[in-house]
Design a protein around this ligand. Structure first.
Ligand code: GLU
Length: 441
């Protein structure tokens, strides 16, 4: 069965870059009728926080990216230890004692000589006595996986054929000196045992993939299909890395972005299919095709999310926003009408409150000096509220008869006097919502 996973480390809030990974994996699973696993990569006890695990789940739920099950790496440490033993038994795992400073020095020397900074495997030529002496002096070493120095090749779902010379890659450290298992090993063990068939992740993982393919094969498994998507950049192609903090899913949610706007954009950005606004998950899944994605950096402009959100809201039925509208204090009896009047005039649901305040408290009137007498006259003709659908046309007819004004010179000063604005929803719809009219003060 097609099985994918989204594997965040709970060390912070997830952002649009993470969402791209989550969404592509989710869509592959749903399109194939397979399984989507939420895997929490929490092998680092110092940096992982429970509050982030909760926040990640909340963000995915907000988007409707429901997972079939949750797995936690911190609960699977014995499985990783077993895999480490297997690799040790095969002679593919070795202990190394270099300090970070020593490694740094080695790298600098290699670079000076124009060589790639690859770990020189000095630890492999140590005698047992030397090893014991170092262990006594420095404590346990790190454990490195011994790569086979051949080309590692795979047919990438996005990049196409990839070939990496293992000799240009350092033997990866899979276990730290303090015994902490690192992601590279944990992920491989999980992907194998959980039957993961497809892994989509950022192109910053390409070298990891090369080493993971060898580890999987050493452990007797078959590598999943890998696909590496390009990294998101800003609208001018600039790096997003520093800005990702402000592009967290919770920030976007607070700014009123509609989940389907975000999903519609990210399901197509970087693919040769055009961005199309989808309002339900089924259509989004149907229209998804990973083979259409390309390797070029993908430009992301958060501003695109707002017109998309506005378009979704224009089509949103009252029932879906009933609670939001009640929460800002609109009385039940006015709520449906309030929505009908405002939904074409907002960008996000966050704009609703300002509209309600205007209807409830009245707007600061905008009256041009040359219209002052006319408006004052009209206001004397305005009946007491509450108003209904007919009030506007009855009132403006009476004002026309009394003043002789017609068309725009009749309507515009009245709109501006009542709402403070030149544009907005139909006045016949606005008037019944107005609880107070300040022009009449
Ligand atoms: N926890 C890893 C990360 O967030 C997962 C990478 C992967 O998909 O294998 O980078």
């Amino acid at each position: 069965m097609t099985t994918t996973r989204f594997a965040p480390s709970p060390t912070g809030h997830i952002h649009v870059g993470n969402l791209r990974t989550a969404l592509l994996n989710f869509l592959i699973a749903r399109k194939a009728g397979g399984q989507f696993i939420l895997r929490i990569d929490d092998t680092d006890p110092e940096r992982s926080r429970e509050e982030y695990v909760d926040a990640i789940k909340e963000d995915l739920e907000w988007l409707g990216l429901h997972w079939d099950r949750v797995e936690r790496q911190s609960e699977r440490l014995d499985r990783y230890a077993e895999a480490a033993d297997t690799l040790r038994g095969m002679g593919r795992f070795y202990e190394a004692f270099e300090t970070p400073t020593e490694l740094d020095l080695k790298r600098k020397k290699q670079l000076n000589m124009g060589r790639p900074p690859v770990y020189d495997r000095a630890a492999l030529s140590m005698t047992g006595d030397e090893r014991e002496a170092l262990r006594a002096e420095r404590g346990p070493g790190v454990w490195r996986f011994k790569l086979d120095q051949e080309r590692i090749e795979w047919d990438d779902g996005i990049l196409g054929p990839v070939s990496i010379d293992a000799a240009s890659v350092s033997d990866p450290v899979l276990i730290r000196g303090d015994g902490q298992v690192l992601y590279t090993l944990a992920s491989v063990v999980d992907d194998m045992e959980m039957g993961v068939t497809d892994v989509v992740r950022g192109s910053d993982h390409v070298t990891n993939t090369a080493t993971q393919i060898q580890i999987i094969e050493a452990l007797g498994g078959t590598p999943p299909r890998f696909a590496h998507h390009s990294l998101l950049t800003g609208p001018q192609g600039e790096s997003l890395s520093k800005r990702l903090g402000t592009l967290s899913l919770r920030d976007l949610r607070e700014r009123g972005v509609h989940p389907m706007a975000l999903l519609s954009l990210l399901a197509r950005l970087g693919s040769s299919d055009p961005v199309e606004l989808r309002t339900d998950m089924e259509t989004l899944v149907d229209g998804f095709d990973i083979t259409r994605f390309g390797a070029a950096p993908t430009k992301f402009d958060e501003n695109d999310l707002f017109p998309m959100t506005a378009r979704i809201l224009q089509e949103t039925p009252f029932e879906e926003v009933r609670q939001t509208i009640a929460a800002i204090g609109v009385p039940d009896g006015l709520a449906a009408r309030f929505w009908a009047v405002t939904r074409d005039n907002i960008t996000t649901l966050n704009d609703l409150e300002a509209w309600w305040i205007m209807f409830r408290d009245g707007a600061e009137p905008a009256i041009a000096p040359e219209d002052a007498d006319f408006v004052a006259h009209a206001m004397r003709l305005l009946p007491e509220g509450p108003y209904d659908d007919a009030t506007w046309s009855e009132w403006t007819a009476a004002v026309r008869d009394a003043t002789g004004r017609k068309g725009r010179p009749l309507f515009m000063p009245l709109r501006k006097a009542l709402t403070g604005q030149e544009r907005g929803p139909e006045m016949s719809q606005v008037l019944p919502l107005m609880q107070r009219i300040r022009a009449a003060d």
